[in-house]
Design a binder for this molecule. Structure first.
Ligand SMILES: Cc1cc2nc3c(=O)[nH]c(=O)nc-3n(C[C@H](O)[C@H](O)[C@H](O)COP(=O)(O)OP(=O)(O)OC[C@H]3O[C@@H](n4cnc5c(N)ncnc54)[C@H](O)[C@@H]3O)c2cc1C
Length: 302
């Protein structure tokens, strides 16, 4: 097996164009498991760890990496594909709270030090923890090849079980995420408290500036997906009751209906980690809980 280690983004794209079968490797926390179990035997590994720009983040307003610029009103965050979970947690908890919450639940300290957001997208597992918050935040994925660069919305990125919208010659360059104008939440159920793949996960984003709601469901359908009917219901219910402005109590009827609609958007299966029926129930509970938490914080921060 060849091991190719380009030092620049242009070289990486040239290699991927000349050898589309070369398998990109960032943190290796998915790739090495597949190689060790002989689940995959690529002709070549394309190591991305020498490409400095992939391992950094920046704000489109120009704030320096690690600086943090307060969220509300800031430009989009441009998260290099090879930024690790550890850095998301340490540096972006304020700017990307939903993603940072999800990152805290990933694997162990070793996995969080090596594993990357781009690797989670490359693997495109329905159970990947980055996907629900990226969907809820309306993130875009910037991908590139020698043919050029394009962005794909998170909602269009996942196209099947462990399949994403990348063409064979494309690499993920960055993830573009607008810092939130409102609260974000993430909830994950596993068979134990740490080092666990999600049985089901849910992420919620309040977008008070747009009077809109974002959602992301994980591990409960062939791909990560939004609960669009639930989003529309909640946005309309908050608007009709004047709650965005009044920040009043959230009626239980709204919370319950939101949970019911989120659960209805899922399409889970029975597997070793849980039954479909349990996942549906769990999603309804997580949706209602995350909404209660987010709304509580929205009221406090009014
Ligand atoms: C013990 C253990 C625990 C884990 N726990 C969790 C967990 O709790 N939650 C969770 O979501 N995941 C978990 N994982 C899975 C894994 O850590 C994550 O999916 C991680 O985000 C992968 O990132 P990586 O950089 O290591 O990816 P890699 O293994 O390097 O790559 C993963 C895939 O993405 C592709 N890829 C990587 N970078 C790019 C790029 N720039 N462009 C195109 N394709 C690319 C690779 O070719 C490969 O197909 C766990 C793994 C292990 C071994």
């Amino acid at each position: 097996m060849d091991f190719i280690q380009p030092a620049s983004w242009a070289d990486a794209l040239a290699v991927k164009s000349a050898s589309p079968a070369a398998l990109p490797v960032a943190g290796g926390t998915d790739v090495m498991v597949e190689l060790n179990f002989d689940a995959r035997r690529p002709a070549a590994l394309l190591d991305l760890t020498r490409i400095a720009e992939l391992a950094d983040w920046d704000s489109e307003t120009g704030s320096s990496p690690g600086g943090g610029n307060g969220g509300n009103g800031a430009g989009r965050i441009r998260l290099g594909a090879a930024v690790t979970y550890a850095r998301v947690i340490e540096e972006l908890g304020g700017l990307l709270p939903g993603l940072a919450m999800a990152a805290r639940t990933v694997g162990s300290p070793q996995i969080r030090n090596r594993g990357t957001v781009g690797g989670n997208l490359g693997a495109a597992s329905p159970a990947g923890d980055c996907h629900p918050p990226l969907l809820a935040a309306g993130a875009e994925i910037e991908v590139a090849s020698v043919r050029g660069t394009r962005t794909i919305t998170a909602a269009d990125f996942y196209i099947g079980v462990k399949r994403n919208a990348l063409q064979p010659d494309e690499l993920i360059r960055a993830i573009l995420i607008k810092p939130p104008a409102g609260q974000q939440q993430f909830s994950k159920i596993g068979t134990r408290n740490a080092m666990v793949i999600a049985v089901a996960a849910f992420s919620l984003a309040l977008h008070p500036d747009e009077r809109a709601i974002g959602t992301g469901i994980g591990s409960a359908a062939p791909t990560p997906r939004r609960a669009e009917q639930a989003e529309r219901f909640l946005a309309a219910a908050l608007y009709d009751a004047g709650l965005w402005d009044s920040r009043g109590d959230l009626p239980a009827s709204i919370t319950q209906e939101f949970g019911r609609l989120v659960s209805r958007a899922a399409e889970p299966i029975d597997d070793v980690r849980g039954t479909a029926a349990y996942r549906l129930h769990a999603l309804g509970v997580m949706a209602a809980r995350t909404l209660t938490w987010a709304w509580h914080d929205y009221r406090q921060n009014g």
